[in-house]
Design a protein around this ligand. Structure first.
Ligand SMILES: [Zn+2]
Length: 191
């Protein structure tokens, strides 16, 4: 069973005088008996040390990170990707292991799955994580900017395709018990 930890709660430029950073998430997942450290959206941040410090609290050094997942290709979500020298990267385009490219069919492990959720951008993906929240099995959707914050924004002024975005939002809300949005903390889905 994988474990999820929000390392940095993101913020948007509208609320911070022009500063923007994605929510940064750590997942510890069991890949056939081997523990893997996965960072989702390493963000921008004014100092990378802040992220190193948060990882340290979880017993993880940057070189111990095995996979970095990027939910979409907006800079505030991926500027720090180079911090993790041993990590494979995964995005809409598939895997990169150094310069070696490979396709991703969506399944990453028994507990991790990637689905396409376009609309905010054409290349937006959501990572679905099987985990336990408060002792109960739950599916957490780490959805990038499908939602920036709890069920917000109502209207995404940066969306490439609003119709697709609404479809993606419905899809995520239907599957997930909890959502970690692109620029906020985790919240429960009330279906
Ligand atoms: Zn964003």
């Amino acid at each position: 069973m994988s474990e999820i930890k929000v390392l940095i709660e993101g913020y948007t430029s509208g609320e911070t005088n022009g500063r923007s950073c994605s929510t940064v998430v750590l997942i510890k997942d069991d890949f056939d008996g081997v523990e893997m450290n996965i960072v989702v959206d390493p963000g921008t941040l004014s100092s990378q040390q802040a992220l190193i410090d948060e990882l340290k609290k979880e017993g993880v050094k940057p070189k111990d990170v095995d996979i970095v997942v990027i939910t979409h290709s907006h800079m505030d979500h991926y500027a720090n990707i180079g911090m993790f020298s041993n990590a494979k990267s995964l995005s809409f385009d598939g895997w990169y292991n150094y310069d070696f490219w490979g396709k991703c069919n969506g399944k990453i492990s028994n507990d991790l799955k990637l689905i396409k959720t376009p609309g905010h951008s054409d290349d937006s993906i959501t990572l679905l994580v099987k985990t336990k929240i408060d002792g109960k099995p739950a599916i957490v959707a780490i959805c990038g900017d499908v939602f920036w914050k709890e069920n917000l924004p109502k209207k995404d002024k940066f969306a490439n395709n609003e119709v697709e975005l609404m479809k993606s939002r419905k899809k995520v809300l239907k599957i997930a018990d909890y959502i970690i949005p692109g620029h906020g903390g985790m919240y429960k889905v009330n279906n």
